[in-house]
Structures are given as structure tokens and as C-alpha cells.
Write a protein that binds this ligand. Structure first.
Ligand code: C5P
Length: 277
């Protein structure tokens, strides 16, 4: 059986404060991107194994897919002897939630394949043990994430725009970005102001620490913000992806070409039209 694990972007990410447990209290508006997915294939086998052809992806017990499967086995008491093949499309260290989505999809897949019928709120509690932004992927819907990101409120968004994602070759560590948030400063000539677009506010409090270290991302955001084909631009999660919302989907390919020419010819990119009704 094949399952798709979509990427996400954070349309907004507000840090409300630091918590006693070391995490940060968030309010984040998250949009899944069904056009950018990893794929997980489950084959019945004698025992669990994970394979992935993408270099650098661990296939041992440290992978979030393995961890999700082990939590599912522990909590349900069921053995899950599947050979799982993971095909990565979502870039790593990008703020797009690839590993988290793979883990959430593993829980959903095992729930279906074993007919365990675990309710969504139990799966969400197990997912939250593994990572703050794993539960949101269980809901397969735009949502608010609160708490450390694990308290999910699915929402309806009526919204239809083309979105273009850009990621440079370097990755960003999420713990590092959060650890630098307090005490970070805004850079002159870079706009961090919330952008109101069709009833949605684009903003990201992690831009402050991330742009201080990676000035290229601040420049990339400003290039996209000033471009005549965009309505707005912001970083996703802890980066290094910056995305733009376009006035017209017809402009996506031209924007990708021009951004590569002007900013960095090696930029990874993805575009999709997200219709939500
Ligand atoms: O929950 P997860 O393991 O994905 O988080 C990775 C790291 O990101 C945490 O260890 C913490 O340093 C940071 N983080 C945070 N506040 C959040 C989410 C993550 O400080 N709300």
C-alpha cells in the first residue's frame, strides 16, 4: 500500500513566549501542500525494515518512521512487520516538515493496515511524544497549531493562490533557530511586518534569528516581496525555505527562472496552486 506524506508551510508563526520546559509557546497557521509529498510504501514482511535511496537519510531506529512504528506497536500491542520504502521529495532542513509528515503518515497507515481503529486524538498524543509538529499532519487540513505546536485546531480556509517555494542548498537546524530567537534583532532594510493577504496574515518570528545568520534568506525574501508578480513572501518554519504567494499562477515559472538568475542558480523550487474551499 502506498501513502503520500505532504509537506507543510507555516503561513504565520508567532512565538508567544518561552516555556519552563525549554520549548516555545506558539501560534502558527499551517497549510499542507498536497503537491509536494514523500511516499511511503508498506509491504507485509517477516519483520520491520525501512529503506530509502536518498543519501543521508537514516534507515535505522533513529528515523521518525521507525519511531512512529515502534510507538504504534507499544501503544496498541500489535506487531507491525512491514517492509517500508520511503521515497523523499521534501527537502531536509527546509522548514517544510518532511520527517514529521513521514511519521504522521506512518501512524495513519498502520492504523488502517492493522484495522486498529485508534481514534485521532490518541494518535495525536502519540505523535506529540515524537515531535511538536507531527500531530498537525494527522488532520490533513489547514490548521492552527498552539502550545508547542502540538495542539491542533483544523480550520476551513477559502483561499486559492499559487505558492512558489525556494530553498538554497544549506539547511537550518530547528533547535538552533529557536535557541537564537530571544535576543535576536531585526536587520535594517529588511521587512518583517505582517502581510495581510486575502484574510490571512503572513509573518514568521523565526525570521529574526535566522536572517541574522543567513543574510541570503533575508535578501531572497526582499527580492520576492518586491517582485511585481507576488502578493507577499515569508520564511516557512525555521527555514531555509522562503515562499511567495503569487497574484496569478501563470507567473510561477517566470518567477522561478528570474529568482534563480538573480539570486542563486542552484535554488531548489516548487510551485503549486492551492485551492481551498
Ligand atoms: O518538538 P521537536 O523535537 O520537533 O522540536 C525540536 C526542537 O525545536 C526542540 O528541541 C526545541 O529546541 C525547539 N522547539 C521549541 N519550541 C517549539 C518547538 C520546537 O523551542 N514550540
Amino acid at each position: 500500500m502506498r501513502y503520500s506524506a505532504p509537506a507543510k508551510i507555516n503561513l504565520s508563526l508567532k512565538i508567544v513566549g518561552r516555556r519552563e520546559d525549554g520549548f516555545h509557546e506558539l501560534e502558527t497557521l499551517v497549510l499542507p501542500l498536497p503537491g509536494l509529498c514523500d511516499t511511503l510504501t508498506f509491504h507485509p514482511a517477516d519483520e520491520f525494515s525501512l529503506s530509502c535511496e536518498t543519501p543521508g537519510v537514516p534507515t535505522d531506529e533513529s528515523n521518525l518512521v521507525s519511531k512512529a512504528l515502534r510507538i504504534f506497536e507499544r501503544e496498541t500491542g500489535l506487531a507491525c512487520p512491514y517492509q517500508v520504502q520511503l521515497t523523499k521529495e521534501i527537502p531536509h532542513g527546509a522548514g517544510l516538515g518532511g520527517g514529521s509528515s513521514d511519521a504522521a503518515t506512518t501512524l495513519l497507515a498502520l492504523n488502517e493496515l492493522t484495522n486498529a481503529n485508534v481514534p485521532l486524538d490518541s494518535l495525536a498524543a502519540w505523535a506529540a511524544e515524537l515531535g511538536s509538529d507531527i500531530p498537525l499532519f494527522l488532520y490533513q487540513s489547514p490548521c492552527w497549531g498552539r502550545g508547542r505546536g502540538e495542539i491542533i485546531e483544523p480550520i476551513e480556509l477559502t483561499w486559492s493562490h499559487a505558492i512558489v517555494l525556494f530553498k538554497p542548498a544549506f539547511d537550518i537546524s530547528t533547535p538552533w533557530a529557536y535557541s537564537c530567537w530571544q535576543g535576536s534583532r531585526e536587520l535594517p532594510e529588511i521587512s518583517y511586518a505582517p502581510q495581510e493577504i486575502a484574510g490571512i496574515t503572513l509573518s514568521n518570528d523565526l525570521e529574526r534569528p535566522v536572517f541574522q545568520k543567513h543574510y541570503f534568506l533575508a535578501e531572497l525574501k526582499m527580492f520576492l516581496l518586491k517582485h511585481p508578480s507576488t502578493l507577499g513572501a515569508v520564511m516557512s518554519g525555521s527555514g531555509s525555505t522562503v515562499f511567495a504567494i503569487l497574484k496569478s499562477p501563470d507567473d510561477a515559472q517566470a518567477l522561478i527562472k528570474e529568482t534563480r538568475q538573480e539570486m542563486d542558480p542552484t535554488l531548489w523550487s516548487h510551485s503549486e496552486v492551492r485551492f481551498i474551499s
